[in-house]
Design a protein around this ligand. Structure first.
Ligand code: FAQ
Length: 332
């Protein structure tokens, strides 16, 4: 399906080779996919490894705030749906680590970068889930923001990432709907339930708006990643699309957004919104958000507690390999 025309593995892949770089860019401009064996500029490989691994880390750290509510979901149906959702996030992490590995960094290296605090994960997962309504707000807002950002990634120039995103986006849309349905149920419930939904929206709105990253003027990577067709839209464009899509959904269920400057602009046909607190954003990504320490502690503990499973799986694989090799020799 995708061309291997740039598969020049045996040629030197010197960084900055203008001929190879021009061929690479022409390939990208023609909307053809880049595959793992194709020549690519080192910067492209590095940027993709950074973005895909951060994305994978976000998926698995993102399991923690929701996992917090599995034992306390209000009904069996809600519990089953939440379990399935959290499991989906783990699956997304696995597809994404696999996609990143095709660029030459091992999963162990990526884990090490996460656990040592060197690699980032999405700021949003450093906020606490205080009530059941937060599970609705995460599905509606966080998955909603994730989809807005990730649908264009299905057309990313790097084949393995683009293909992984297709399945991820299908699952994320389901997550978004289950979250919105939780919010709708609460918003139409008792006054206490409606207040709980409103409180969750108040706390999750701005962090969700921040998920799209710094403003276009501050974004370090956007220009280059857009030229390489990794990103298709700027951070601010995606943020605006998210706000435009989400505000009417909130109003439909009778909730108010915690932004006094939120106003539909008849001229631009977009929702104008207030000032984003970039100081808070920077503080959270620098490690000082409400739950950064707790998330990393839980993630490290999960990694340590899972060591015996990894060791057992490796020992079993080796035993099987040896058994198969012995059977092959016996058959000869
Ligand atoms: N949090 O130059 P830019 C999900 C960093 S998955 C933390 O604009 P770029 C599913 C950025 O890395 C959510 N750091 O960067 C789910 C860079 O730092 P670096 C994750 C952030 O890469 C739902 C620096 O700031 N989604 O939610 C953030 O062009 C529910 C400069 O920024 C993805 O990862 C942030 N919010 O654009 C799971 C999607 N924003 O690396 C469980 C793929 C920026 O130089 C439950 N990623 N930074 O040290 C992307 O589209 C991009 O990487 C952006 C950032 C848009 C996140």
């Amino acid at each position: 399906m995708y061309t291997q025309a740039l598969n020049v593995k045996d040629e030197p892949t010197a960084a900055g080779d203008p001929v190879l770089e021009a061929r690479f860019q022409a390939h990208v401009d023609a909307e053809l996919k880049i595959e793992p064996n194709d020549w690519m500029p080192e910067g492209y490989r590095k940027t993709l490894t950074r973005q895909i691994s951060q994305h994978a880390h976000s998926e698995i750290v993102g399991m923690l705030p929701e996992g917090n509510w599995i034992t306390r979901a209000p009904t069996l149906r809600r519990k089953a749906a939440l379990l399935a959702k959290v499991q989906d996030e783990g699956g997304h992490g696995l597809y994404l680590y696999s996609a990143a590995e095709t660029l030459g960094t091992s999963r162990e290296q990526m884990f090490e970068q996460l656990l040592s605090g060197k690699a980032k994960y999405s700021s949003i997962f450093n906020y606490p889930t205080l009530t059941w309504a937060d599970i609705g707000a995460i599905g509606w807002l966080v998955d909603g923001a994730a989809i807005m950002n990730q649908i264009p990634l299905c057309r990313c120039s790097y084949g393995p990432y683009a293909r992984a995103m297709i399945r991820i986006c299908k699952e994320e849309s389901f997550h978004q709907r289950q979250g919105y349905e939780i919010m709708m149920t609460l918003a139409r419930g008792t006054p206490e339930q409606k207040a709980m939904a409103q409180d969750a929206l108040n706390r999750w709105w701005w962090p969700s708006v921040m998920m799209f990253g710094p403003s276009d003027t501050e974004s370090q990577h956007s220009d280059q990643t857009m030229r390489w067709k990794i990103k298709r839209f700027s951070n601010d464009d995606l943020r605006q699309k998210f706000i435009d899509a989400t505000v009417p959904q909130g109003h439909f269920i009778g909730l108010e957004f915690p932004d006094k400057d939120l106003k539909f602009n008849q001229e631009t046909q977009h929702w104008d919104f207030g000032e984003i607190d970039w100081t808070e954003f920077k503080r959270v990504i620098a490690g000082d958000g409400p739950c950064n320490k707790q998330r990393m502690k839980q993630r490290r503990a999960a990694h340590d507690n899972g060591r015996w499973v990894r060791e057992a799986a490796l020992a079993y694989a080796e035993k099987r390999r040896n058994r198969e090799a012995a059977a092959k020799i016996a058959a000869e």
